[in-house]
Design a protein around this ligand. Structure first.
Ligand code: VGL
Ligand code: ZN
Length: 205
């Protein structure tokens, strides 16, 4: 059975948010429409404590965009975003969240970031998403949401590595694009990892 995996469509990733993804809001009507085509829908939610070490402001002499080593892992430092129980961490107001079967939160351990909906970046802890998909006989996932070059990519890569048939619906994602071309680069990386990159027309037809 197939599932739609809706990644991090939260206020802080929308225009005007703390870590705004350009045109991130444009995917929301499409994601709502795509939900009509899936019997099973799960969502991820970036969910950081205020003292999370992925925030530049929690380091001396660092700014957003800097790259550091955090517990031995490469870490890009971000603006404060998706702080637990703040409006920035809420799902987008026009996203049909009542249709989610289950929500998986990630990024709660201050010492490690968590781009993937399955594991933290060190693959030390899992969120329970894979077990939940298995319990529900899901063997194929379609990933949408924000952002293409971080959480969507890492979620799709882990899904594929875990043996799920994995597709990314590219027009239902938008990228942070810290570097120009990061959107295309992420899609290419996913294709090279046997992830099917398709557009929504194939699902909506
Ligand atoms: C994300 C950077 C930091 C994402 C989350 O959802 O892609 N990116 N936290
Ligand atoms: Zn985050």
């Amino acid at each position: 059975m197939k599932a739609l995996v809706v990644v991090d469509i939260q206020n802080d990733f929308l225009p005007g948010g703390a870590l705004a993804v350009k045109n991130g809001d444009q995917i929301i009507p499409l994601v709502n429409e795509l939900m009509d085509h899936f019997d099973f829908i799960v969502a991820t939610q970036d969910w950081h404590p205020a003292d999370h070490k992925s925030f530049a402001s929690n380091h001396l002499n660092h700014k957003s965009g800097d790259q550091i080593l955090l517990d031995g892992l490469e870490q890009i430092l971000w603006p404060v975003h998706c702080v637990q129980n703040t409006p920035g961490a809420d799902f987008a107001a026009n996203l049909q969240i009542d249709r989610f079967d289950k929500i998986f939160q990630k990024g709660s351990n201050i010492h490690i970031d968590s781009y993937s909906g399955f594991f933290d970046n060190g693959k030390k802890q899992d969120t329970g998403l894979f077990d939940y998909l298995e319990e529900n006989q899901i063997d194929e996932v379609f990933v949408v949401g924000l952002a293409t070059d971080y959480c969507v990519k890492y979620t799709a890569m882990d899904a594929q590595a875990l043996g799920l048939k994995t597709s990314v619906i590219s027009d239902a994602t938008r990228a942070v694009n810290l570097q120009e071309g990061d959107f295309e680069k992420a899609l290419e990386e996913m294709r090279n990892n046997h992830i099917n990159v398709l557009t929504s027309t194939l699902i909506l037809k």
